[in-house]
Write a protein that binds this ligand. Structure first.
Ligand SMILES: [Zn+2]
Length: 299
């Protein structure tokens, strides 16, 4: 499932390509993609729009359009947003483009297709069909994202802010990190990687962190996400970047998906448990399980 580093990679690749381009037409091939808005209505609203830029909030992609509107997209489990050459210009010999076989696979899972004024097309492909899109006035964006947590690369994401969010919570740290209302953009991969970097056991109650733990976790979240961005994201399932290429973060995981392999720190075997229904990987030796802090007596 694409997380912050994967979505950020797509944004960084496609923003310079898309900014200033005009969408000649949008073709929605799957009504579920934009429900409850009828596909024809969205197609009419977007046709002829000039693209102001492509940005990210949490795991959301924000395609800014003229008229102070934004097409918000979420990749969910298996969605991809890929810029492809128009049929006549396709040259599979160029490495960064979709290979021919991959293109036909993508075509089968095509949910929406934007035709741009330079002859290229922007494809939203999604085998599992959980990805979604909606058009919103820019003035309503803040309200729409009011429940979304802090951006990990913003100045608001401090150790003190993290400690405050976690205070009094008995949920395991892994579940706490997956909850988008706290830290936006962290998912199953980078939660595991961050907890390993912070040396914190995924089942530690979130509210059990002392200030030094919150500081370590804050730094670890940022470092884990940055590592993912530096490697163009992780392509463990269906994820492809904005050019149809694969990220390499999956080759660099410290613990995620590495059950039974050697811990990079102590050499012991990495364990796998299930937390919040998600496979969770950690080192039982290096990662400390914090005890719940006793409640303060009221005076
Ligand atoms: Zn270890």
């Amino acid at each position: 499932m694409p997380e912050l580093p994967e979505v950020e990679t797509v944004c960084r690749q496609l923003d310079p390509e898309l900014t200033g381009r005009t969408i000649e037409s949008l073709e929605v091939l799957d009504a579920r993609w934009c429900r409850p808005t009828p596909p024809r209505r969205l197609e009419r609203a977007v046709a002829g729009a000039t693209i102001a830029g492509l940005h990210r909030r949490g795991k959301y992609l924000l395609l800014g359009l003229d008229g102070e509107r934004t097409l918000v997209m979420h990749l969910r489990m298996t969605g991809n947003l890929v810029l492809v050459e128009g049929e006549s210009k396709l040259d599979p010999s160029e490495g960064q483009r979709l290979y021919e076989g991959e293109r036909s696979t993508s075509e089968r899972h095509l949910r929406a297709r934007f035709a741009l004024d330079d002859g290229r097309e922007l494809w939203f492909t999604d085998p599992r069909r959980f990805g979604e899109a909606f058009l919103i006035d820019d003035a309503k964006l803040d309200e729409r994202f009011a429940g979304l947590g802090v951006e990990p690369f913003s100045g608001d994401f401090t150790a003190a802010a993290l400690a405050q969010m976690a205070a009094g919570r008995t949920a395991p740290l892994k579940s706490f990190l997956l909850d988008q209302r706290h830290v936006a953009g962290v998912g199953n991969i980078y939660a595991d990687e961050a907890l390993f970097r912070a040396r914190l056991h995924p089942l530690s109650p979130a509210g059990s962190m002392k200030p030094e733990h919150a500081e370590a976790l804050r730094d670890a979240v940022v470092a884990a996400l940055k590592a993912g961005i530096d490697r163009g994201g992780a392509s463990i399932d269906d994820y492809r970047d904005g050019r149809g290429g694969m990220g390499t973060m999956q080759d660099e995981f410290l613990v995620h998906t590495r059950e039974g392999e050697e811990c990079p720190e102590c050499g012991g075997p990495i364990s796998r448990i299930v937390v919040s229904g998600r496979s969770t990987y950690y080192c039982p030796t290096c990662q400390v399980r914090l005890r719940r802090r006793p409640r303060r007596k009221r005076s």
